[in-house]
Design a binder for this molecule. Structure first.
Ligand code: SAM
Length: 278
């Protein structure tokens, strides 16, 4: 018997009209739908008259269920994977199942469709030729700063998801690590009634968000310009000392010593040190 197919089916991130005709027809025709939250998705499927049986596949059970689902696919059933909104696996469940299907040689068919990160990036006006999707920032301040420091030297455009209750703290952390002047765009409530894009320097967007409680509500994506290459503007002696210290010390420590000695910005030297590692 032929194996069935695993379909990865994006669902709307706000505007119901973004539910493609193909997504609807696949969901109607498969034997079962694996949904992140069946009660949540039932509302969408009822709206479109889709009656296919659903079962829950979420972050707490997806590892243990993957093998049984592969067996079901091998037995010939077609299964569709959906999440609460947008594209499954993009900061959403599904990775263990897709990985297991790939290993088992199951055919995986991904339907193109809504994804907040891609929509925000495409409208941001920031470079799209190279980007790094970073998912959600950690909730705790120390871990958040560390996560930002890990990508501060990255020249690709950076894309983060963020929760409204954390946006004020995250913008402060962004300003602390990337500096006030770096360009960014805050994309809020994409495809919904209160869709808003705030564009400007990090300091400017932060000021707008702090001044208006409405900008702290809803769903949001942060798109941040990548780092500019700074090496050329650093004095040659500083670069040489950094090169020497870099071989003996962690990058941050080396950057701090050189910055203090030459009166330079720690971040510029740290970024340069990370480039040395590449
Ligand atoms: N898989 C989804 C996708 O393809 O975009 C993302 C799921 S993730 C759990 C949810 C996060 O995506 C939200 O916290 C927010 O950062 C972002 N998001 C989802 N819908 C959005 C929208 N309509 N506008 C802005 N951001 C959105």
């Amino acid at each position: 018997m032929n194996s069935g197919n695993l379909y990865i089916v994006p669902t709307p991130i706000g505007n119901l009209a973004d539910f493609t005709a193909r997504a609807q027809s696949v969901l109607q025709s498969v034997q079962a739908i694996a949904a992140e939250d069946t009660r949540h998705s039932r509302v969408l499927l009822n709206h479109y008259g889709i009656t296919t049986p659903m079962f829950a596949l979420h972050e707490h059970n997806e590892r243990e269920k993957a093998d049984a689902l592969v067996a079901r696919l091998q037995a010939g059933d077609d299964i569709a994977l959906i999440s609460d909104a947008g594209t499954p696996l993009i900061s959403d469940p599904g990775y263990p199942l897709v990985r297991a299907c790939r290993a088992a040689g199951i055919r995986i068919i991904a339907l193109p469709g809504p994804c907040a990160a891609i929509a925000a990036l495409s409208a941001s006006g920031l470079p799209t030729d190279k980007f790094l999707f970073c998912g959600f920032l950690p909730a705790k301040q120390h871990a958040r700063i560390q996560a930002l420091e890990a990508v501060m030297a990255e020249s690709a455009t950076l894309v983060f998801y963020e929760a409204p209750r954390r946006i004020v703290d995250s913008l402060a952390a962004l300003e602390e690590v990337f500096g006030a002047a770096r360009e960014m765009v805050l994309a809020r409530e994409i495809s919904k009634q209160f869709e808003t894009y705030l564009a400007g320097s990090i300091a400017n967007v932060r000021a707008q968000v702090q001044a208006d409680a409405n900008q702290q509500r809803g769903e949001m994506v942060l798109v941040i310009a990548g780092a500019e290459k700074q090496q050329d503007s650093l004095p040659i002696e500083a670069v040489q000392l950094l090169g020497l210290l870099h071989e003996e010390l962690p990058p941050k420590k080396a950057a701090k010593i050189v910055a203090t000695h030459y009166g330079l910005r720690v971040n510029d030297l740290y970024r340069y040190g990370l480039e040395l590692d590449k």
